[in-house]
Design a protein around this ligand. Structure first.
Ligand SMILES: [Mg+2]
Length: 291
């Protein structure tokens, strides 16, 4: 049961990423013109993906997972090592904040993130630390530990508190879903008293772009207005802009809620990394103490 949910979360991220990778940076109108509606994992897009290939969202999520698995008690250093391993593969799609942090890293992630924040004119609230943080909620059952690590892993690259706040809210929702709580209730409870509360009931009046607040608003919108896993990820994918990341983030939570067994096989079977994702889910499950 718990493994089914955890696996649903990790596969949810990858499926959202693979689906949205096709439409990233396109406008809604361009998507309609070119594809009608994207409902299957077909690859292509600006990264020229093969069908089932995923992008930085999944790669960095797996990096966080691997770091946790390498040293569950003190994972931050290992997570950093995994980030570098990934960066050295010369990935085609590294976000601006994260790329700049890699370029400015000397020996301390937090220092590099602060310098990059200044270098980018105080703009470090991208969605790059939110998109990768889910494995923390999967591996740990203690809320205090989830908070601490979610914020730390965010601060490794994104100095802005707005970025770590989004991650903390996201992983709090995941924490509740893993305990079997309802998605809508979890969202309402965890956004209470935050800036997200006021706009939950309306269509976001912002672009679905890489600014973490806009990303989070669209993620919550798809989660609150869709019934099925497919509706969540397809909805986000067909909006374009930062569609892969938004579909990945939303897909992660919806995947936990419905569980791996309820995710359409047509998506799972397409994923190039499905073996690795299953392996990582099992390894995170082994670490988790409260099942
Ligand atoms: Mg991406």
């Amino acid at each position: 049961m718990m493994l089914n949910k955890m696996k649903g979360g990790l596969f949810g991220v990858a499926i959202g990423d693979a689906l949205g990778g096709t439409t990233e940076f396109m406008s809604k109108e361009e998507i309609i013109h070119k594809y009608g509606r994207v409902t299957d994992i077909i690859g292509g897009g600006c990264w020229d993906l093969i069908p089932g290939e995923t992008t930085d969202d999944t790669a960095m999520t797996l990096a966080v997972a691997k770091g946790i698995i390498a040293n569950p008690n003190e994972p931050i250093e290992e997570i950093g090592r995994e980030f570098f391993k990934w960066f050295k593969t010369n990935p085609k799609d590294v976000g601006i904040t994260i790329r700049t942090v890699f370029e400015n890293y000397e020996e301390d992630w937090f220092e590099a993130a602060k310098n990059v924040h200044d270098l980018l004119g105080g703009k470090s609230a991208g969605n790059g630390s939110l998109m990768r943080c889910l494995p923390i909620a999967l591996a740990y059952s203690e809320k205090k530990k989830i908070d601490e690590l979610t914020i730390l892993q965010s601060k490794m690259t994104h100095y802005d508190d707005i970025a770590s706040e989004a991650g903390a809210i996201y992983n709090h929702i995941a924490y509740r879903l893993l305990k079997g709580e309802d998605l809508r209730t979890s969202i309402n409870l965890e956004t209470k008293g935050t800036n997200y509360e006021a706009t939950l009931d309306s269509v976001p009046d912002c672009r679905p772009d890489g600014y973490v607040v806009n990303t989070m608003r669209w993620v919550l919108y798809w989660l609150l207005t869709s019934d099925t896993f497919e509706e969540v990820v397809v909805g986000a994918a067909n909006m374009g802009d930062d569609s892969d990341t938004i579909a990945a983030i939303a897909g992660g939570l919806k995947g936990i809620e419905v569980g791996f067994n309820e995710i359409p096989e047509k998506y799972i079977n397409k994923l190039v990394d499905r073996e690795l994702l299953a392996q990582m889910s099992n390894a995170l499950y082994d670490i988790r103490d409260n099942k």
